[in-house]
Write a protein that binds this ligand. Structure first.
Ligand SMILES: [Zn+2]
Length: 333
């Protein structure tokens, strides 16, 4: 398994974790059940996902055939999440740990040892996928090879370093994740493989329907009007799927502060593109976006769901994606 640690290292995360051990017991909330936790599920196999999004994709993949839990609660930022000893305790109960990889949730790896787990217990959903090859996975043979390469290079220019982790924001990426989760668990639970296969097929059908619905919705808007500005650089795959131009972002990744020069460049780009609204994201209040809006006359629209699910109807992957699409489509008018 390739576990590419991009933004954090074992030593710094380990140090942060050991300092957290001193406050063990102070965090009572981490053990509370997540909304996606299945009741009535077979209690003998537990999948623990790093985020609410991946827990819900696991639900789509597996139905009620296993117990599914989450580490980072809905509405909390995964990029800057700091795991607690209670999280290590929780992971100890996992038969399978589901994470994204590509720098999004590498802190999960630092918990393995404390949880008595190994890399064998981890399913890295984005394994082997990055911006240089994602089109092969997302679009199959229909995609033009040269175009894919150009897009990958363009992505690197924007500073992803070829590793934008938000692959699930293209429903075809979510379908890959669902497939991978189902295949892994079915292999570990052959006696439930048939039930898992049928749950997966139903989940994939729902994701395909979502994709088609969004394709039709965005195609109804003139291509030149499909422009968005978001808080962090999460919507590259989504934008590519539906022919949307990302005019700019407030920050590349959460936890960063843009320079005055970067803010000025974003303001210029918004004015030049004639964008009239900018999107905040549910878990990231942004002073930068408020400033940009004030200086461009744009409206700050709440909230896109990127790394975390929210309240109903955005408390599922399908619901969050539909909420995003309808908010973005409304902003084009
Ligand atoms: Zn993100």
């Amino acid at each position: 398994m390739r576990l590419g640690i991009k933004r954090s290292t074992w030593t710094t995360v380990g140090a942060a974790l050991s300092s957290l051990v001193l406050v063990a017991g102070c965090n009572g909330s981490a053990a509370s059940p997540s909304p996606s936790e299945s009741t009535g599920a077979a209690a003998d196999y537990t999948v623990i996902a790093t985020t609410s999004v991946f827990a819900d994709l696991a639900q789509l993949a597996l139905g009620d055939n296993v117990v599914i839990e989450t580490i980072v609660p809905a509405g909390v930022d995964v990029h800057t999440f700091e795991p607690s000893p209670a999280d290590a305790q929780k992971l100890a109960g996992a038969d399978l740990i589901v994470m994204n990889g590509l720098g999004l949730d590498e802190w999960a790896l630092s918990l393995l040892e404390a949880a008595g787990k190994s890399e064998e217990d981890v399913l890295e959903l984005a394994e082997g996928i990055d911006e240089s090859n994602a089109w092969v996975y997302l679009e199959g043979e229909e995609h033009d090879e040269e175009e894919g390469k150009e897009e990958a290079e363009e992505g690197e220019e924007h500073g992803h370093g070829g590793s934008d982790p938000h692959i699930w924001l293209d429903p075809k990426g979510a379908a890959i994740y669902v497939d991978r989760i189902a295949a892994r668990v079915a292999a570990e639970l052959p006696e439930r493989a048939a039930e898992i296969e049928s749950a997966r097929d139903a989940g994939l059908a729902e994701i395909a329907a979502l994709d088609e619905e969004l394709r039709v919705g965005f195609a109804a808007v003139e291509a030149s009007a499909r422009k968005i500005v978001t808080f962090h650089d999460a919507f590259g795959y989504f934008a590519r799927a539906y022919g949307i131009e990302i005019v700019g972002v407030a920050v590349e990744a959460p936890g960063q502060e843009p320079s005055a020069k970067e803010i000025a460049a974003l303001i210029d780009a918004i004015k030049a593109a004639g964008v009239t609204s900018v999107f905040s994201e549910a878990q990231f209040p942004s002073k930068v976006l408020d400033q940009v809006a004030a200086e461009t006359g744009a409206t700050v629209l709440e909230n896109l769901y990127s790394d975390a699910l929210g309240d109903a109807p955005a408390n599922s992957y399908l619901g969050a994606m539909r909420a995003n699409a309808s908010a973005i489509l409304a902003s084009f008018k």
